[in-house]
Design a protein around this ligand. Structure first.
Ligand code: ATP
Length: 338
């Protein structure tokens, strides 16, 4: 639902360097000047800096790094992914909320974002640390037109979309640790958690959770993950001397959604092979010696390739070839996280 506040923000942005009078806003919107003034105050509370002059009116001077539907949708160039966007200051888990919406029949491509998750989840019952306003905590509901065998590919495709968005939006060269962790210099910056609902052997919906560390400084991470977690901010500062405050999470979200739409479209059109080839370009796993852990079992080998279904092909020291499905395994490099 478009609110008066959203339209005021849109008008302020369109006016750019010019002031727009309270009178003009109230006549465009058909509301009183007091109502306009109240909305301006709400925007200021959210962090927008708006200059008000009794003679000239209002001028937008600064847009904060904020997650709201207007900031996400402004300039979004997708058709399916992000046509409906829900934003919250706090949820238990965006995947949980998405699941609830999907069960109620929400449309393909619905996006849920939160400034903070109180119970962010990872795979195998692990937790995902989701600090307030420091990251992109997002879930996309997908209703793919493919069979079960392609679910793994969608998981891989999501990581391709994120890696290519990082390059396009922030000129960051990220790698992918099989199947879909996004890493920067050997540390995890983004995790992807895919969950599925099935009906009569068919995919009913997929829930694609993306957790991206954005503005964290080192001490923001819990001690137990500090050695293998990083954020875009830490990486930019260390690598390029850049300050993350020059970037906006909303911009990166838009580019991720746009890249996601591209790979999703390829998969729905039966072009999964192209996505696999792209995945290989970003891989930091292939060609490396890896440790595979599956329940009580663990073994090492060389990660030789991924197959057409996204399975990791591992050659053990005795020459045995193993095909690894991502579901319940953990993969580690022998010399560190990747
Ligand atoms: P792994 O990275 O151990 O191979 P995984 O792919 O099985 O894990 P995920 O479900 O992607 O795991 O993420 C959960 C794990 O990620 C947690 O067990 C924790 O070690 C780590 N973690 C939790 N929160 C964060 C975070 N914000 N940034 C980086 N790593 C995190």
């Amino acid at each position: 639902m478009i609110r008066v506040k959203d339209i005021i923000l849109k008008k302020l942005k369109e006016s750019k360097e010019d002031y727009i009078s309270g009178e003009e806003l109230s006549s465009i919107l058909g509301v009183s000047r007091t109502a306009v003034w109240k909305c301006i105050n709400e925007l200021k509370k959210e962090g927008y800096v708006i200059d008000s002059s009794s003679k000239k009116g209002y001028k937008l001077c600064y847009v904060p790094d904020i997650i709201n539907p207007w900031e996400i949708k402004e300039g979004l160039d997708t058709k399916i992914i992000g046509r409906s966007v829900h934003c919250f200051s706090e949820v238990d888990s965006t995947n949980n909320y998405a699941k609830m919406l999907a069960q109620k029949g929400c449309e393909d491509g619905t996006v849920i974002l939160a400034e903070r998750q109180t119970q962010g989840r990872g795979r195998l019952g692990r937790s995902w640390d989701s600090m307030d306003k420091k990251g992109i905590w997002m879930t996309v509901v997908l209703r793919p037109a493919v069979g079960l065998e392609d679910v793994q590919i969608i998981t891989l495709a999501a990581s391709v979309a994120v890696a290519s968005a990082l390059k396009k939006a922030m000129d960051i060269d990220a790698g992918i640790k099989w199947p879909n962790d996004i890493v920067l210099d050997g540390k995890k910056v983004c995790g992807i958690l895919t969950e599925m609902s099935m009906e009569m052997e068919r995919i009913n919906f997929l829930i694609l959770g993306i957790g991206m560390n954005f503005g964290h400084v080192e001490s923001d991470f819990p001690e137990e993950i500090r050695d293998r977690a990083t954020s875009l901010g830490l990486y930019l500062k260390g690598k390029k001397g850049l300050d993350i405050s020059g970037f906006r999470r909303s911009h990166l979200v838009r580019v991720i959604l746009s890249e996601l739409e591209e790979v999703y479209d390829k998969i729905n059109k039966g072009k999964a092979t192209a996505v696999i080839e792209e995945w290989k370009k970003y891989s930091v796993t292939l060609g490396k010696e890896v440790l595979i852990k599956y329940r009580e079992e663990q073994y090492t080998g060389i990660a030789e390739d991924i197959d057409q279904n996204g399975r990791l092909i591992v050659k053990q020291d005795d020459g045995t070839i193993r095909e690894v499905l991502s579901g319940e395994v953990s993969v580690r490099g022998l010399l560190g996280y990747t």
